[in-house]
Design a protein around this ligand. Structure first.
Ligand SMILES: Cc1cc2nc3c(=O)[nH]c(=O)nc-3n(C[C@H](O)[C@H](O)[C@H](O)COP(=O)(O)O)c2cc1C
Length: 374
């Protein structure tokens, strides 16, 4: 394809694949799509190793990175792990221990808090940015609010286009004014952090809103798992699509088999928008984890980035127990997933998913031409 977005990023087929898994990123880019590595769970050394691996396996095809770089910092520079731990009330730790216990998963109070400074802490996010810019990335994305000037300036100086995820028209206007090159209009169907405006409404609304602000290319995101949906989004004026959930169910992804099984079984009603994973509204597979945190007598989820610190060890333990056959743990297990999960029927390779997208896109396009009588 040949549109402004493809020229800007080097994508052959503008199917952008967000994944935390380097294998998915490289496979999608090799197949003609555009892999984007989510860096939220990597420390600096790990990110360097992941990007070096992608460079060696991507056959020179373009790829990008996504860094959680908040514009306003929820953590002060230099905060240590002790500072983060001290901000977590004992009642929250006890609640996690009990919640797991009700589902036959054991966790000690001293295991509840993840011992790692959140990567969104300002100095850590900046370190990740420096590392990413030393690699031949063709896009850098930011999910948390307006990309800070530091990120935009450094990326532009390195000739790397900046993308930003938005869930409302107002956010899109702020991003376009801040100078981002690509807007990802992510509807409330999406897996992970999301707003509540549906993709079908948000995409044309955002395109219209940024038309007079340099008209940056807009990618449609949220609930998109097929090539026909991609064709629909592009018929609305999007220059491509940005996807996440569909790659979690691929054989290339590091997703737990438990989550894959739950994803294949889930319908589009099987997800929930909940604060009980990161402290921000986030769409995940529904499970008793969310029911428990939403109960009137439960402690309120902590603000981001504290909530992930008490969720990661507990949910990882839950997954390991579910993989070992503990029934309560299987029920409790949850993971970021969008409503498009209802359209995922089997586990395929990431390469096969890109091929399916291309074929379904072509078929949808043909069907459209037939319907309009061309
Ligand atoms: C498991 C998972 C984790 C995610 N983490 C991030 C993240 O760290 N940064 C980000 O910009 N978007 C993140 N997202 C959102 C994706 O970038 C993408 O916008 C979203 O998945 C698109 O909707 P879909 O899941 O319906 O395809 C995540 C999505 C999923 C499914």
């Amino acid at each position: 394809m040949d549109n402004a977005l493809c020229r800007l990023t080097g994508a052959e087929f503008p199917l952008f694949a967000f994944s935390h898994c380097r294998d998915v990123v490289a496979a999608v880019s090799r197949a003609g799509g555009f892999g984007v590595l989510g860096c939220s769970s990597y420390g600096s050394h790990e990110l360097e190793a992941e990007l070096a691996w992608i460079d060696a396996h991507v056959d020179g095809k373009p790829y990008g990175v996504d860094i959680l770089f908040p514009a306003t910092q929820s953590a002060a520079p230099g905060m240590t792990m002790d500072d983060f731990s001290a901000a977590i009330p004992a009642g929250h730790v006890d609640f996690v221990v009990d919640l797991l216990d009700w589902h036959d998963v054991k966790i000690r109070p001293d295991e509840v808090i993840r011992q790692r400074v959140p990567p969104t802490a300002p100095d850590e996010a900046e370190r990740l940015l420096d590392i990413a810019l030393r690699h031949p990335i063709r896009l850098i994305a930011n999910a948390l609010g307006v990309a800070p000037p530091l990120m935009i300036e450094r990326a532009k100086a390195a000739g790397v286009p900046v993308a930003a995820l938005v869930g409302t028209k107002e956010h899109a206007i702020k991003q376009a004014k801040a100078g981002v090159d690509i807007i990802v209009a992510q509807g409330g169907e999406a897996g992970g952090h999301c707003g509540d405006v549906a993709t079908m409404v948000l995409v044309p609304e955002v395109i219209r809103a940024v038309a007079g602000l340099g008209a940056p290319p807009v990618l449609a995101a949220g609930g998109i798992v097929t090539g026909s949906q991609m064709a629909g989004a592009m018929a609305m004026g999007a220059q491509g699509v940005w996807t996440g959930t569909v790659w979690l169910a691929t054989s290339d992804a590091e997703t737990s088999p438990v989550i894959r099984e739950k994803m294949i079984a889930a319908t589009s009603s099987g997800t929930i928008r909940s604060r009980a994973r990161t402290g921000k509204p986030c769409r995940l597979l529904d499970s008793p984890w969310h029911t428990a945190w939403n109960a009137p007598d439960a402690p309120k989820p902590l603000p981001f980035p504290l909530m992930p610190l008490i969720c990661v060890p507990a949910l990882n333990k839950t997954l390991r127990a579910a993989e070992a056959g503990v029934e309560g743990a299987f029920k409790l297990a949850t993971y970021e997933s969008g409503q498009g999960v209802g359209l995922i029927e089997s586990v395929k390779s990431a390469t096969a998913v890109v091929q399916d997208f291309k074929q379904e896109f072509a078929e949808a396009f043909e069907q459209f031409l037939t319907q309009v009588g061309v």
